[in-house]
Write a new protein. Sequence first.
Length: 254
Amino acid sequence: MKNIKILLFILAIFLFWGATNVNAETGTGSVTVTVNVLTVAPTITSPTCTNITSTSMTAGANVTSLGYPTSIIRGTCVGNGPPGNCLAEGGTTTGVFTHTRTGLTPNTLYWVYGYATNSKGTTYTTNIQCRTLPAPVVPAVTSPTCTNIKSTNMTAGANVTSLGYPTSITRGTCVGNGPPGNCLAEGGTTTGVFTHTRTGLTPNTLYWVYGYATNSTGTAWTTNIQCRTLPAPAAPLAKRGFSVICKMVKFGYH
């Protein structure tokens, strides 16, 4: 124990003289003290992606410690592999943050990371994978038809070949006298051939028949075909004969 005290005393004297510059004549001098401050990188967890569209998403993460020094930059990286395409969110505190990432490619799988940087370095979260939605596309519809034509009705239809995107559609036909008008939904929501009966038409009239399909992106129409309704049916002969006899009696013919 005594030896240890002696060694510590000698070490203290060595450190004192090594860090002291004393002027023997004036008795003045200076002491230099070096302090090493421990620096620590920030910590960040829990990457997120929400509100995904075809070209954007809301990305975020959770800064759980600022590290030291405590001045940080935080943000997200939205790319196709290791952290890349990084963008600062603007906040400088701990806690959950989100921001909108735009300029993305439709129907593409992205790797999303959160990051936080101080003067010590940058820390990244693990990644999550998030796919953007397909680009909005109107449906596709072809091949308008008109069959079973009568004087006041016909069977009209078409063929939906693609639902487009989003895939929720309304389909039907337009039976009018020019550009698409007098349109009526058929009720189906899938691809394929459909028909339905169109009533309330005028006898012996040329109609332009279109098929159509609509989703939230827009409406597609087929080209038109022209279909003429039949003339109004003639009165039955027996009724016509009775009418002639009535007229003869009325005007005194025997």
